[in-house]
Design a binder for this molecule. Structure first.
Ligand code: G
Ligand code: G
Ligand code: MN
Ligand code: NA
Length: 256
């Protein structure tokens, strides 16, 4: 496909860009994190979402270049923010990594080296991997994630609740955060069974010493129910859409 050729060029010419979606601590409504989401401004096809080009990158061998571009740009942004803004001590940037990137040896090294090169403390970064990516990645991948954890980088299982993962993975994988898929949240305020189920899942995650982020909060009713359940961190269109860096900075309260 010609999109693959275009993508190689787009990476080389910096025609990709990141948007940032706020992640909010529900106890005090402070934005304590954001998720970086890659986009591509294609000259003919317009704005493309990652679901339109990450799969192409994965099959065409461009995923390493794409992944490095994302990691480097995200860390540069963190360096810029910590220079110019009174960042909350806890503030963390979440970055998505695909299963194919995780299989590459040296992925962990690249992340740690970029952090050091830009003077960003490793705890400012969190790497997100989908449940499916974690299940299929193999032993080398687990070692790389452990190396990231040992270096102080956060590691999250993303889209939790959609795949076929056993809950025992929550104890075995080198992760510190669980991002709950939005299918667990949609309609939460209207369904008591779903509410009970989510309460139990949140408690399970807490009981094994992990932190949870609830994704896909789209309504005031869902948000209210999550507060009642004592959920920690939340993300979703109701709390904030993916934004340009400038727009994210404007939405930053003085506390950050
Ligand atoms: O923004 P959108 O809903 O189209 O995102 C679709 C998917 O793309 C999500 O599953 C998200 O995790 C993934 N994604 C977003 N940004 C990145 C990125 O920088 N790298 C990788 N590998 N995946 C990303
Ligand atoms: O798979 P992952 O969780 O990384 O997917 C992130 C994608 O989900 C982003 O593309 C983002 O735009 C989208 N997203 C974020 N919040 C919401 C939401 O509240 N509702 C829906 N439908 N999508 C969301
Ligand atoms: Mn994600
Ligand atoms: Na998710």
């Amino acid at each position: 496909l010609t999109l693959g050729i275009d993508l190689a060029e787009a990476i080389a010419q910096d025609r990709l860009f990141l948007q940032f979606q706020p992640i909010v601590r529900l106890s005090d409504d402070v934005m304590v994190a954001a998720e970086a989401l890659v986009r591509w401004q294609h000259p003919q096809r317009g704005l493309l979402s990652p679901s339109a080009f990450v799969p192409i990158a994965e099959t065409s061998g461009l995923i390493d270049d794409l992944g490095r571009w994302v990691v480097r740009d995200a860390i540069r942004r963190l360096a810029d923010w910590q220079r110019r803004l009174p960042l909350d001590p806890e503030f963390q940037l979440h970055v998505n990594i695909s299963a194919v990137e995780l299989r590459r040896s040296g992925m962990d090294r690249y992340v740690v080296d970029q952090l050091a090169a830009h003077g960003v403390p490793p705890s400012r970064l969190l790497i997100e991997l989908s449940e499916t990516a974690l299940m299929t990645a193999g032993a080398g991948a687990t070692d790389r994630l452990q190396a990231l954890r040992d270096a102080g980088v956060g590691v999250a299982i993303d889209d939790f609740g959609t795949g076929y993962s056993s809950i025992s993975y929550l104890r075995r994988l080198p992760i510190d955060t669980v991002k709950l898929d939005r299918s667990l949240i949609t309609g939460l305020d209207r369904d008591p069974d779903q509410r009970g189920f989510l309460a139990a899942v949140l408690q399970l995650i807490d009981s094994v010493g992990l932190r949870s982020v609830v994704e896909g909060v789209e309504s005031a009713g869902e948000l209210r129910t999550l507060r009642d359940l004592g959920a920690g961190l939340a993300q979703g269109f109701h709390l904030g859409r993916p934004l340009s860096p400038t727009a994210l900075e404007a939405s930053w309260g003085p506390a950050c």
